[in-house]
Write a new protein. Structure first.
Length: 137
């Protein structure tokens, strides 16, 4: 190896070390962005009377809703949505909202929270007493 080649190797080595030092410094001293910490999921805003701010969602049919659609209902997460779909596959269609009481993990409080947000069978009666069929009043 000639003297000129050695200087090239030394120069490349120094360049690599300098680049590594810059990356380490950026990683060590750059603050984390705050934006992801401040974001609110859309599903939190879309449902619930205290968060809806006038935005009205049409009720979902328990017999047609997918797992993802069921998860958007108040009080229903991924586990309960899976249980609802499994119950529906094993027992057939829901005839009323009260049929949900047969699903493991769903009690009277959850059924009460679902009134106006979900229906089974022909339609659902809202708290105001109006009948909703296929998502329309």
């Amino acid at each position: 190896m000639t003297t000129e080649e050695r200087w090239v190797v030394v120069g490349l080595t120094l360049l690599i070390l300098f680049g590594s030092g810059v990356r380490w410094y950026e990683h060590r001293f750059t603050p984390e962005p705050l934006a992801p910490l401040l974001e609110v999921p859309d599903s939190t805003i879309a449902f619930g009377s205290e968060h809806s701010e006038g935005r009205e969602e049409s009720p979902r049919d328990l017999n047609r809703a997918t797992r993802e659609e069921l998860e958007l209902l108040p009080g229903i997460g991924p586990v309960k949505a899976d249980r609802i779909v499994r119950w529906r596959e094993e027992h057939g269609q829901f005839h009323s909202l009260e049929d949900l009481l047969g699903v493991n993990g769903i009690g009277p409080k959850t059924v009460a929270r679902l009134r106006g947000s979900a229906f089974a069978g022909g339609g659902v009666t809202t708290e105001e007493g109006s009948e909703i069929v296929d998502g329309r009043r």
